[in-house]
Design a protein around this ligand. Structure first.
Ligand code: NAD
Ligand code: MG
Length: 383
């Protein structure tokens, strides 16, 4: 029996994780859950899964929840408490599914404690990739990707990296793949969040619409698989059936296919190196639309180019890119800036924040703060 801690339990990845866990009560026990403010949903989860600990990072949400949960569940509050449940002696596996840089410290705490980290929070690697990978190695933690593309590559690489020439991340192209560039200035948050294939939280949905999601994933892949930008390729595949591919020197290409449903990815992370049922319908290749593949348009989706550039630049550029993107997406979702302003805010922030090499956690956090303040000041000029 493995004890599971789910960070970000009330989100889209949290939902999918709990639905896979519920299929295997003989294998997994929910030990701890976290959420930010939604204590009502957490109350329902507590009734169903009876966790030993719950963290509500928002203090008033914790207070409200503690009045209604049973005595068997201890309610903690604050961001520090996330580290406590991630690193707890009794935690075996940590699902790191808090959106944005808010997830970094707890993912890192789990890695430091030598846990299996099932990493959905790609922003943790974008912000602190070198430090994160070093912490995983130093503490014999296990790092299993929970992103469909990276899980696909991880699965394809099970036989090793010998003769590997490149990896190729597939991108759906998001809701605006076929929208003319000149119409993008008027798109709304609702349109941006209406992803054609995947059901996800608002931030990653917007990132998919700008293709920054793919950019963050290129950086994520660089750290996970130890490959330079030149060996990481992106192909647009609107059907999201081929989840990613690896190319070898002998002309062979291995791809992983499946219906677009994160429960497959999550069940693999939970059961690795074995496989268990996930509740996902098997693929029926005779009953699919034709599979299409295109090169990405880096002029229309400039965020993808910005992420490649930040990776090549190294140092604090990726953290600056991530912070500016989080601030810009938040303002777009609140109707404060337009869709096309997102990439402008990111570029302006990258041009303003001084480029440095950083390695310590303190420097990473300080750069994140500076980049956020810079992005906010830039947005004020737009308003
Ligand atoms: P979501 O918005 O649905 O859920 C986010 C979760 O994080 C919620 O439980 C929320 O309570 C918590 N949270 C938000 N802000 C917080 C804060 N400041 N402090 C602590 N907790 C906070 O997001 P999601 O779609 O589940 O995505 C989660 C992560 O997984 C993201 O990093 C995303 O890029 C990644 N991811 C998601 C998918 C997907 O299909 N949804 C696929 C691949 C990767
Ligand atoms: Mg993905």
């Amino acid at each position: 029996m493995k004890n599971i801690t789910v960070l970000g339990a009330t989100g889209s990845i949290g939902d999918s994780t709990l639905s896979v866990v519920a299929l295997h009560p003989d294998k997994f026990n929910i030990f701890a859950l976290s959420a930010h403010t939604n204590w009502q949903k957490m109350q329902t989860l507590c009734e169903k899964f009876q966790p030993k600990f719950v963290v509500m990072t928002d203090e008033s949400a914790a207070e409200a929840l503690s009045k209604v949960v049973s005595n068997n569940t201890e309610v903690l509050h604050g961001a520090e408490a996330l580290n406590t449940i991630a690193a707890h002696d009794k935690t075996d596996y940590v699902m790191a599914a808090i959106v944005g840089s808010a997830g970094m410290a707890s993912s890192l705490a789990g890695a430091k404690a030598g846990k299996r980290i099932m990493l959905a929070s790609k922003e943790s690697l974008v912000l602190a990739g070198d430090l994160f990978m070093q912490t995983v190695r130093d503490n014999n933690a296990e790092l299993i990707p929970v992103d469909s593309e990276h899980s696909a590559i991880f699965q394809c690489l099970q036989s090793g990296k010998s003769g590997l020439s490149k990896i190729q991340l597939t991108a759906s192209g998001g809701p605006f793949l076929y929208t003319p560039q000149k119409k993008l200035c008027a798109v709304t948050p609702d349109e941006a969040c209406a992803h054609p294939n995947w059901s996800m939280g608002q931030k990653i949905s917007t990132d998919s619409a700008t293709m920054m999601n793919k950019g963050l994933e290129v950086i994520e892949a660089h750290y996970l698989f130890g490959l330079p930008a030149e060996k990481i390729d992106v192909v647009v595949h609107p059907q999201s059936i081929v989840h990613s591919s690896v190319y070898y020197a002998d002309g062979s290409t291995l791809s992983q296919l499946g219906n677009p449903d994160m429960r497959s990815v999550i069940s693999y992370a939970l059961s690795y190196p074995n496989r268990i049922a996930s509740g996902v319908e098997p693929l029926d290749l005779t009953n699919n639309p034709p599979l299409e593949f295109y090169a990405p348009d880096l002029d229309k989706f400039a965020c993808l180019r910005q992420a490649f550039d930040a990776l090549k630049q190294g140092g604090n550029a990726m953290g600056t890119l991530n912070a500016a993107n989080e601030v810009a997406v938040e303002h777009f979702l609140n109707n404060k800036i337009s869709f096309l302003d997102i990439t402008k805010v990111i570029q302006h922030t990258l041009d303003t924040v001084q480029h440095t090499d950083i390695s310590s956690l303190e420097a990473i956090i300080a750069n994140d703060t500076t980049a956020r303040e810079t992005a906010r000041a830039i947005i004020k000029k737009y308003a």
